[in-house]
Design a binder for this molecule. Structure first.
Ligand code: SF4
Length: 273
């Protein structure tokens, strides 16, 4: 190929609002000066996530490009006949995260930096497009959960604000991957967002069924005081059991003093990294 037609390789880091991608951006800031930072804004993120992205933008000294391209979650939900996304109908990740990502990159050659840690046994999103090459600097450099915490602490950025009230993941406030205890905390922290999530639970236009965010439990049931008390009590018992077995637990299962369930392997890595 003549030299004049060779395209420069782009360097892309996709931020989710989670701790690992944030730490990776900090880690690479001075190593890859021409890094492009992007954030796939679903318009349904937690206020904490927007605040964290702004904080990162200041630290990085560079614009974090919002890759949202006009179609909102509500538009997509209408297109899907009102069928809420779920682990089995995960149209949201593809439409709101993967497609904007690939659209942003286009056909240019790029290296995509992914924040999977050295202590994680899971794979992230790897595009099948031949022009996108995924790399995993934390894995290559042996940076684990403690290493990520150290990077966040020393930079002054800290952990994502939502971890302070016990939420463990970034992503949409109504994400179906969250645990029941997290729904309880969402209601306590952002009652209006809980109400907004609840309002989506109505008969869809395809078959009239109602899909719920939280498996088969409507949010209108989950929010009842006796049910909330039960969820909290079960969670506390689970915590106690885990603490008793602490020496058998891998460090990665403890986040900000809370024992957490990692997302299932089919979880939304691009949303929660
Ligand atoms: S955060 Fe959850 S609801 Fe939002 S796009 Fe990702 S998987 Fe879907």
């Amino acid at each position: 190929m003549p030299e004049s037609t060779i395209q420069p390789v782009r360097h892309i880091l996709s931020l989710s609002g989670g701790k690992d991608s944030a730490a990776l951006a900090i880690y690479l800031r001075d190593r890859i000066p021409d890094m492009e930072y992007i954030f796939h804004d679903t318009d349904k993120e937690l206020p904490d996530t927007y605040e964290y992205i702004d904080r990162l933008e200041d630290y990085l000294g560079k614009k974090i490009v919002r890759t949202t391209f006009g179609t909102t979650f509500d538009d997509l939900l209408r297109m899907y006949g009102g069928m809420l996304p779920s682990n089995h109908r995960r149209w949201c990740t593809r439409a709101m995260k993967l497609e904007p990502f690939e659209k942003y990159i286009g056909d240019t050659n790029c290296i995509n930096y992914v924040g999977i840690r050295a202590d994680e046994d899971r794979v992230g999103y790897i595009s099948h497009k031949p022009n996108i090459k995924a790399v995993f600097p934390f894995r290559e450099d042996g940076i684990d959960y403690d290493g990520v915490q150290k990077i966040l602490r020393e930079s002054g950025i800290g952990m994502p604000p939502y971890t302070e009230w016990g939420r463990t993941r970034s992503g949409c406030f109504f994400c179906f991957y969250q645990q029941k205890i997290e729904w309880v905390r969402l209601k306590q922290q952002y009652p209006h967002l809980y109400e907004e999530a609840k309002a989506y639970e109505k008969p869809n236009r395809v078959n009239g069924n109602i899909f719920y965010w939280c498996k088969d439990e409507p949010l209108s049931e989950l929010e009842k005081p006796e049910r909330i008390a039960e969820i909290i009590s079960k969670w506390e018992i689970q915590q106690l059991r885990q603490k008793q077995n602490q020496k058998n637990l891998p460090l990665v299962t403890t986040l900000a003093g809370l024992s957490v369930d990692e997302p299932p392997s089919s979880g939304c890595m691009i949303c929660h990294l």
